[in-house]
Write a protein that binds this ligand. Sequence first.
Ligand code: TA6
Length: 304
Amino acid sequence: MAYSCSVVQDDARGGLAKVVLAKGDGSESRVEIYLFGATVTSWISSGVERLFVSDKAVWNGEKAIRGGIPLVFPQFGQPDTTLAQHGFARTSLWDWSCSCGESESGKVVFTLKDSAVTQRVWPHAFQLLYTVELTPASLRCQLLVRNPEGSAGSFPCQALLHTYVRLPHEITDLKVLGFQGHRYVDKMTAGEVHEETREIVTIDCETDRIYLSSSSVEIPDLTLLSKGAPFMTVAKKAFMEDVQPLAADVVFWNAWVDKSASLPDLGEGAYKSYVCVEPGVVSDRVEVPSGAALTLETTLTVLS
Ligand code: TA6
């Protein structure tokens, strides 16, 4: 069964345009990506929606979509207050092209490059190439950040795939394997650094952590379980050009009760339905030399 893609205007969501990449009729395997922010907002695998999008998300083409896989670039958070929180990639309009057919997977490629608007807030030339690849059991998302040949020099940046995983049951049923032994920055305690001692990580309060990889100790593929049953793995990798491996950190976030209620586009109770497992190069800014490219990739694979 072949893959195909088309672009549709979603009148129910502010008329924003989205690319639908589907295997066959799409009932079993489909992914939807809005040109606004190149935001993946739906991933159907084995007929089941695997990503969380808030039913209070704002679809005005200005505010970042609350859910799916927003792209964070060139900064994580707001260390540079002249730049928006999490940068401008997730609120920019991207171009797209599709390479589908009778292959084992379908791919859509999105592109974004610097403009007068971005140069005003971030004075660097850049080219982003975002590839979304669908197979029956997996979704691979790869963000390539290129500093064009002949540019004025290197630029420092962060990049992150802000993945909202839809939970099969509730947040209190979630267990995560893979963080044990890794250090994390706890944003709930003003950035204190701790070591994760638990083999099985659960969430019972507002959680906002950056689990740290290093060149010597990389966080392994993570396994997500719900009510004891594994349902998804999250793999990630990062490298400079094709040779130099980079440490890919993982941000782990759930707003819990109060923060969820305080975010108008998330809302009361929404915290029960998602967990954010966000691969990124965020613990330090990475210098991308002129002519070089940073690549960050995550592969989500369903297990049940
Ligand atoms: O996911 C980690 C995080 O930095 C949290 O601190 C929280 O702010 C979240 O991102 C959502 O950020 P946003 O700008 O999308 O509301």
